[in-house]
Every structure is written in structure tokens, then in C-alpha cells.
Design a protein around this ligand. Structure first.
Ligand SMILES: Nc1ncnc2c1ncn2[C@@H]1O[C@H](COP(=O)(O)OP(=O)(O)OP(=O)(O)O)[C@@H](O)[C@H]1O
Length: 247
């Protein structure tokens, strides 16, 4: 009998007061349920996209209320959150902790409770499956920026949380690697919430949330939100966005 559709990942409920960083309100209060499997986040630089992902991952707390994923608050219970949610940062240097590639890959698995020996074996098998067995003992410091980004994405895929938060996942990658990872992500059953600056890359999502100055400017299907966003970005560009940098 063919396998049935896999169960949907647990929905994420956000019901919180503002997020204040450095004395400034970076995100306005939010009430939002995220149940779709593919969600895109768009917005200008500094609009709060990364902060939004960090809130979902439990890395920062709002002033009041919180986030719930399958009944757990990722800020209050970090360990339980590891199975539910994983984040890929924009800058791989903020994510990598270990000297060699295999150790870095094994770390997340060990955090999830796998014995170190088994975690290393899984890490090596993953690299072999990617055609990169020779990377296992390589010092991470010898990888290029794009290769580090790719390593971080592999670490996240290996941990297989039910929701993956991806902050511009393809930004440092060359085209063949981008295509391969896009295919791989498209095949995942897990929920993907990804920030993208390239609207065509988000056309296949189920929902797009557009953030402006820490508030939701639009939230809906990609065929509605992306053209509006593109039009508005074009309009701002024509009006000379550089004036924003003055003062
Ligand atoms: N730790 C912090 N302390 C003070 N302000 C912060 C902090 N982190 C972010 N901010 C501010 O919050 C705002 C939103 O930042 P955020 O990184 O979420 O934007 P973004 O939409 O992801 O931007 P980009 O597209 O440039 O990555 C920015 O004005 C930023 O300067």
C-alpha cells in the first residue's frame, strides 16, 4: 500500500506583545497562526524579518505573551524546541561552533540525544551522500563562505525539526548548489518559513507575509502579495531609496 500523506507539522501560534531590542520596538504586537507548509517572508532591509524568525525560534522573548509550537514555548523550553524548530542564520559564522565539518554536523544530533559515535557516523554518511566525504575531517575554517552556508543547511536538515526557519538560505551559494538545495527543500515534508529578497523564489509558497517597519503590511497567497510587494519596491526605488540613509 502506498504511504499516505505525512501528518502536517504542528501549527505555530504567535500571540505576543512587542519585541523591544536596544530600547526600540522592532516588532509590533502580533497575533498569527502559521499552519501552512511553505511560508515566505518579504520586506525591506531592517523591516524585522530576522527578528521575526528569532522570535519563532525562541531566541528572543516578546514583552508579553509568546509563541507556541505543538503546545511548547520555544523560548521557555529550548531542548524540546530542538525537535520542533531549527533556524539557519544569514551569516554562517554565527552558527558554526566546531573545528571540523563532521564535528559540526554531529553536534546537533548529539544535542538531540544521539551518542557521539552514532552522531559522527550519521554526519559522515550525510557527507558521503552529498558527494563530499572528503570534507569530514576538513577544518571548517578552510571552507568558503558559500560552503559554510551549505554546511549549516546540511546540519539543519540532519536534525530534521518539524519547522525550518531559513534566513535567505541561498544568498552565498553558487547556482548548481542553489538548484540542488532548492530541489531538496522542495521535497521536504517539514514546514519551511523562509526569508527571501527574490520574489520569484517565493512563488511556490502557500502564503507570503510582508513586513514593513516591524508590522505586517500584507499577508496572503503569493500571487496576491508578491506583485504588490514588487510594485511597491519598484516605486520606492524610483523615488530614490538612498534618501533613507540620509541623517
Ligand atoms: N540586538 C538588537 N539591538 C537593537 N536593534 C536591533 C537588534 N537587532 C536588530 N535590531 C534592529 O531591528 C530592526 C530589524 O532588524 P532585522 O535584522 O530583523 O531586519 P531584517 O528585515 O532581517 O533586515 P535585513 O533584510 O537587512 O536582513 C533593524 O532596524 C535593526 O537595526
Amino acid at each position: 500500500m502506498p504511504p499516505g500523506p505525512s501528518p502536517a507539522p504542528p501549527a505555530i501560534r504567535i500571540d505576543c506583545g512587542p519585541v523591544v531590542l536596544g530600547g526600540r520596538e522592532v516588532l509590533a504586537p502580533l497575533r498569527l497562526d502559521l499552519a501552512e507548509r511553505r511560508i515566505g517572508i518579504v520586506g525591506r532591509n531592517g523591516s524585522g524579518k530576522t527578528t521575526f524568525l528569532r522570535l519563532l525560534a525562541g531566541l528572543i522573548a516578546p514583552r508579553s505573551g509568546g509563541v507556541s509550537i505543538g503546545g511548547q514555548d520555544p523560548f521557555r523550553d529550548r531542548r524540546a524546541a530542538l525537535a520542533q524548530i531549527g533556524i539557519l542564520f544569514q551569516n554562517p559564522d554565527h552558527q558554526i561552533l566546531f573545528p571540523t565539518v563532521a564535528e559540526e554536523l554531529a553536534f546537533g544530533l548529539a544535542q538531540q540525544g544521539l551518542r557521539q559515535k552514532d552522531a559522527m557516523a550519521r554526519a559522515r554518511a550525510t557527507l558521503a551522500a552529498e558527494g563530499r566525504a572528503h570534507w569530514a575531517e576538513a577544518p571548517v575554517s578552510t571552507l568558503s563562505g558559500g560552503q559554510k552556508q551549505y554546511l549549516c543547511l546540511l546540519s539543519l536538515l540532519l536534525m530534521a525539526p518539524s519547522t525550518l526557519l531559513l534566513d535567505e538560505p541561498f544568498s552565498g551559494l553558487d547556482l548548481p548548489t542553489t538548484h540542488r538545495l532548492r530541489r531538496r527543500l522542495a521535497a521536504l515534508d517539514q514546514r519551511l518559513i523562509l526569508i527571501g529578497h527574490d520574489p520569484p523564489g517565493l512563488e511556490q509558497t502557500d502564503r507570503v507575509i510582508w513586513l514593513e517597519e516591524g508590522r505586517i503590511a500584507a499577508d496572503g497567497p503569493p500571487e496576491v502579495v508578491l506583485p504588490e510587494f514588487t510594485r511597491e519596491m519598484g516605486r520606492i526605488g524610483e523615488a530614490d531609496a538612498d534618501t533613507d540613509l540620509a541623517g
